[in-house]
Design a protein around this ligand. Structure first.
Ligand SMILES: [Zn+2]
Ligand SMILES: [Zn+2]
Ligand SMILES: [Zn+2]
Length: 782
């Protein structure tokens, strides 16, 4: 507590200052304490349900300076959304205090997101004179784990996995001192009192070593595969420049094509690998430290099997002290650091679980004894058309609130089927879970239920409404129905997949609609029972109309057509009028395969009709790049985007643009974007030996122009000038740029995702927004 002069004379005022935003658990109170003390102001600060409340007493000029500094000098992890002040009568206070939370009533129940080691802590980590020199778990109020170590609210040490490490006297003194960087830093620890690391063999016997980190480095440099326990789960690490080590990791993990993420020390190291734009550099350095996809340098030293067939690398920076220690050795330049899981299973977090699941993959384990309570993958982001876009929203972003434009009663949105993310909502906010992965296996479902329990406890939301996708076969749909009936018949709301995508982007921009929504996607269940995905929708938040869609083609083999793009190509070619023999030859299929597919399509056996743009991309890649099968989701489409890099945007042949046909006047209904002409042009170009890169670029441009023409037609019919872009295809940077710039040229105002993924990871947020709108409409009409 600091004393100031007891002046209650003229010029003295008292004000209350209400601050909302991310202001709890991020060092905000000590920051305000320091500011108030420096400006010689009396009063107090405390957390309450709404954020923080400050009362200040002192000279008006001091309070004015305080308010200016409050906004300019905000601590790195804090985010001020609003500051509201009010005048109060003088109270004659002489000092500034931090008051206990209880004094102000119920505390807001949020938990901050995990944040990367801050520059101050990094200096200490590498300073031989510091008492935390090379301590792998140092942190402060400006950095460190939060969400992943918290069992339940309130976010206090006893509720975290730090509870079993009582602080030593020195750490406790820091924790208690409002002017210390570690004031109320819940995971505060040091060599004397905190967690520690050790090395184990692949069968779980301890490897004696005076310095397990140094030993880990030696092993990595020898080409070994290390399982390293991190913040949100285990990573599998190998030297990214060692081809033998990387291939051996792929073989043991049974993961063949999917690109692996690379951790590098700093910007200098990143520049050796990638051609980074200033936006990408900034994104890499945010406290969330996402993996950022950026353009690889042709001469980069990374092993070829890290990201085969694509011109991008996913790179990120160390975000935990243990990772910084690995890179403190100058011989360590780039490490593959990939989530320790098999295919789409949840990432391993528990020591025993890791021993059991990774024993066949890792040569050794770098373990520690701080429990990970919430598993959380690394986030993945990219700069798409000039702004950051999340591909996977997880560590560093979860569980930060995402605003909703319409107040929601307590509800749960269960998301999609693959790449699942759930969302809880109440009032003006939605809270998305971390990336939960595919719900196809029992571990996936367990993770789903665990996250739901944790999230609903954390934000004290007991859902009264359950929102699910229209697809009757999704596990999330049957789960939602069962949960609703088991909980006394909760309200169920069904939301169509592509409407949810557009609604997610509308809600991010607080748009009520109507808007023209381009929902360009892989697959989602449509209201006609077909598989949609190339959709021009007229949307409000609570409803939509289908204005136009890509022409339907069969998906021979259903799911198999996703794993084997040549099947989609075959269907598209036959649909465009090519003979079975021509289609077989162009897709590299055998006689038998050709006959089988023709029969399936002719008789409609396991050949659902789809209007998916994602599947059209797959099909084009299968023909242009001879990519018959894929090892991971969207691989063919990603390769097609990759090969077009550097090509001009000029459209060489107008036939590449899908033709918008009118709807049957007798039947009404949506208009259809025909693609037969596009296929004939594409095959003709291949026959003329046009370079694949040029065909790929024309394909992108044609698709963009087809959808822009549809938007113009929708505007003529409705006078709507707002266009919202969403769906998994918006991860395609070339397509996103061509659409946005083309639409703007035509006078549209264009909206893109900022906070949630345009892919299925963002779906639950859109579902929540639709449900909130439907419920509000019902309430006002009843
Ligand atoms: Zn720190
Ligand atoms: Zn200590
Ligand atoms: Zn989707």
């Amino acid at each position: 507590m600091s004393s100031i002069s007891n002046d209650t004379g003229p010029g003295m005022i008292r004000k209350s200052v209400r601050v909302r935003g991310v202001v709890q658990g991020v060092g905000f109170r000590p920051f305000v304490y320091r500011l108030a003390t420096e400006e010689h102001l009396a009063g107090f600060i405390g957390n309450d349900t709404d954020g923080v409340i400050i009362e200040l007493e002192g000279p008006a000029s001091g309070i004015e300076t305080f308010l200016k500094r409050l906004s300019c000098e905000t601590p790195p992890l804090a985010r001020i959304d609003s500051v509201v002040t009010a005048d109060l009568p003088l109270a004659g206070e002489r000092s500034f205090r931090i008051v206990a939370s209880e004094v102000l009533g119920r505390v807001s129940t949020g938990i901050p997101a995990d944040a990367a080691t801050c520059p101050d802590c990094l200096c200490e980590l590498l300073d031989p004179g510091d008492r935390r020199y090379r301590y792998p778990f140092l942190n402060c109020t400006n950095c460190g784990p939060r969400f992943t170590i918290t069992r339940r609210i309130p976010y206090d040490r006893p509720q975290t996995s730090m509870a079993v490490f009582p602080m030593c006297a020195e750490c406790q003194a820091e924790y208690d001192d409002p002017l210390n960087r570690r004031f109320h830093a819940q995971p505060n620890a040091c060599w004397r009192c905190g967690p520690h690391v050790w090395l184990e063999t692949s069968v779980g016997s301890k490897i004696e070593s005076a310095d397990p980190v140094a030993e880990t480095i030696e092993r990595l440099l020898r080409g070994e595969i290390l399982a390293i326990k991190g913040i949100g789960g285990f990573h599998l690490a190998v030297d990214a420049t060692n081809e033998a080590a990387v291939s051996s990791l792929r073989n043991r993990k049974h993961r063949y094509g999917k690109p692996l993420a690379i951790m590098v020390r700093d910007l200098d190291a990143a520049h050796v690998l990638c051609e980074l734009t200033p936006d990408e550099q900034a994104l890499l350095q945010t406290p969330a430290r996402p993996i950022v996809l950026s353009h690889a340098r042709p001469d980069n030293p990374v092993a070829p099997s890290v990201a085969p067939g694509i011109p991008w690398l996913g790179i990120y920076f160390p975000y935990a002290p243990l990772q910084h220690l690995l890179f403190a050795d100058p011989r360590v330049t780039a490490l593959v650091m990939t989530s320790a899981n098999l295919s789409e299973e949840p990432i391993a977090i528990d020591n025993d679980e890791a021993r059991a699941r990774l024993g066949n993959i890792a040569d050794a384990f770098l373990m520690h004894n701080r429990e990970i309570l919430q598993r959380c993958d690394d986030s993945v982001a990219a700069i798409v058309d000039g702004s950051p876009q999340l591909i996977r929203r997880a560590r560093g972003y979860v569980p930060l609130a995402i605003p909703l434009s319409i107040e929601a009663p307590p509800l749960l949105a269960v998301g999609a089927h693959l790449k699942n993310v759930i969302a809880l909502a109440r009032g003006k906010f939605a809270y998305q879970s971390q990336h939960l992965g595919d719900l196809e296996n029992s571990t996936g479902l367990e993770f789903f239920e665990h996250s739901l329990a944790h999230l609903s406890h954390t934000f004290e939301i007991e859902p009264q409404t359950i929102v699910h996708d229209l697809h009757p076969g999704y596990l999330s749909t049957s789960w939602a129905k069962q949960y609703a009936s088991e909980h006394g018949g909760l309200r169920l709301i069904t939301v169509q997949h592509h409407h949810a995508h557009i609604a997610a982007c509308m809600a991010e921009h607080a748009l009520a609609g109507p808007v023209i929504g381009l929902s360009l996607d892989g697959t989602g269940y449509g209201t006609d029972g077909r598989i949609w995905g190339g959709e021009v929708l007229i949307c409000t938040l609570d409803s939509f109309e289908r204005f136009a869609h890509l022409d339907y083609v069969p998906m021979p083999g259903g799911e198999a057509a996703i794993r084997e793009p040549w099947r989609m190509a075959f269907a598209h070619l036959v649909n465009a009028g090519f003979s079975e023999d021509e289609a077989r030859e162009l897709t590299g299929g055998s006689d038998q395969e050709g006959r089988l597919l023709s029969r399936m399509m002719a008789r409609g056996i396991n050949s659902p009709l789809t209007s998916s743009l994602g599947r059209l991309y797959d099909a084009a890649a299968a023909v242009i790049l001879k990519r018959r099968k894929v090892d991971y989701d969207a691989q063919a489409a990603i390769e097609l985007e990759g090969i077009a890099i550097g090509e001009s945007d000029m459209l060489r042949r107008s036939e590449y643009v899908p033709e918008l046909a009118g709807s049957d006047p007798a039947q009404g209904g949506p208009r259809v974007l025909g693609i037969a002409r596009l296929w004939r042009a594409l095959v003709d170009d291949l026959g003329r030996s046009t370079p694949p890169a040029s065909i790929a670029a024309n394909f992108h441009m044609g698709i963009a122009m087809g959808f822009i023409a549809s938007a113009i037609s929708a505007r003529e019919a409705t006078s709507i000038t707002h266009v919202v872009l969403s769906g998994g295809c918006m991860h395609n940077r070339r397509l996103a740029r061509l659409l946005r710039s083309g639409l703007e040229k035509e006078g549209f105002e264009v909206f893109k995702h900022r906070q949630v993924s345009p892919g299925d990871g963002g779906l639950s947020y859109g579902q929540a927004a639709v449900a909130a709108a439907i419920l509000e409409k019902e309430a006002t009409h009843s």
